[in-house]
Design a protein around this ligand. Sequence first.
Ligand SMILES: Cc1cc2nc3c(=O)[nH]c(=O)nc-3n(C[C@H](O)[C@H](O)[C@H](O)COP(=O)(O)OP(=O)(O)OC[C@H]3O[C@@H](n4cnc5c(N)ncnc54)[C@H](O)[C@@H]3O)c2cc1C
Length: 388
Amino acid sequence: MSQESLQTAPPLTLLAEDEQLFRNSVLEFAEQRIRPQVRDMDEHAKVPRALIDELFELGVMGIEVPEAHGGAGASFFHSVLAVEALSQVDPSIGVLVDVQNTLVVNALLRWGTDDTRRRYLPALASRTVGAYALSEAGSGSDAFAMAARAAERDGAFRLTGRKLWITNANEADLFIVFANVNPEAGYRGITAFLVERGFPGFTVGKKEDKLGIRASSTCELLLEDCSVPKANVLGEVGKGYKVAIETLNEGRIGIGAQMIGLAQGALGHALRYVRERRQFGKTIADFQAVQFQLAQAATELEAARLLVYNAARLRDARRPFLSEAAMCKLYSSQAAERITSLAVQLFGGYGYVKDYPVEKLYRDAKIGQIYEGTSNMQLQTIAKQLLG
Ligand SMILES: Cc1cc2nc3c(=O)[nH]c(=O)nc-3n(C[C@H](O)[C@H](O)[C@H](O)COP(=O)(O)OP(=O)(O)OC[C@H]3O[C@@H](n4cnc5c(N)ncnc54)[C@H](O)[C@@H]3O)c2cc1C
């Protein structure tokens, strides 16, 4: 076979021209518009609405929404690139955009009717923040043991219960809420509903005071006989478990992207600092022990990025990606914890204080091992696939 006729797939990290342009524009936005606000947002645990409006203008809140509905009509991989680039500067903004795209828009695109897509996709692409409400106080890893109930009455569903830990809840106007319409049927009663903030009986409750990703809001939701029109069932009644499983399988690739962005940010800070900081008459970058730690971190980050990009590209190619998605989240969140810890270490005492950016990234990294399935849950998924 001649060299010219050899057909090989492109390298995973080689971006197409539009992917490259998109990533660069998001990164530039993050550096110019987000970077100056990171510390303030972390301290006040809040994202200014003006910044959210800029995210809509940038076109990162409806990445996969078809152009006909006002979105960018781009791929899942573009969402991954956006979350990675934003998280390099602020993982709180990374997760805001991640939930919007990989969970809320994704679920609507997949399970919405023509009617619900027409009603909600243009809003999601232009002004409405979305949230995804599965977890409760008593059901996290065992999410399908939820206590929230939905009963059909007078041509509508009435939802009762409480959801906990809901990302974007303070900013969101549209919530995908899971409740069980038939508890006797177990998980086969779980149904997904599109709930607007203004629906009667719906309230956003207490906001959590968190270790990391502090600017990202995490709140309780109260459902008190909340009335939801039948037309707002997402997917089929009793098939909400499928909506949850399938969107979360994809969503966790987005968390992988958040983790590699965050780790890249921390590594970048460390690389700059070690070239400046002098001890024993040299920069600390001159010490081989420091060089090797950085080389190890860069290797782990590259491995994590390959896992994330591969899972995302498999998903866009409509190939199976269950294990790959679990592996990418598992590994990238572990690597992010190690890399941010190293960054703090290399900054020495300066790494431990808020005047420098790495302590925040260290705090932000931990969540990657908890939400959208803890590390043990990812291991369980991988083991199931391995052992059948
Ligand atoms: C900041 C933040 C944002 C979040 N955002 C959202 C959101 O937007 N929407 C939403 O629905 N949820 C959200 N969550 C909830 C999150 O998904 C859950 O916290 C997570 O799934 C873990 O559930 P849990 O907290 O109840 O822990 P548990 O399920 O009680 O787990 C506790 C520990 O036990 C381990 N464990 C549990 N079962 C097993 C088992 N079978 N085998 C081995 N180990 C096990 C876990 O790995 C974990 O280490 C968020 C959480 C946080 C902290």
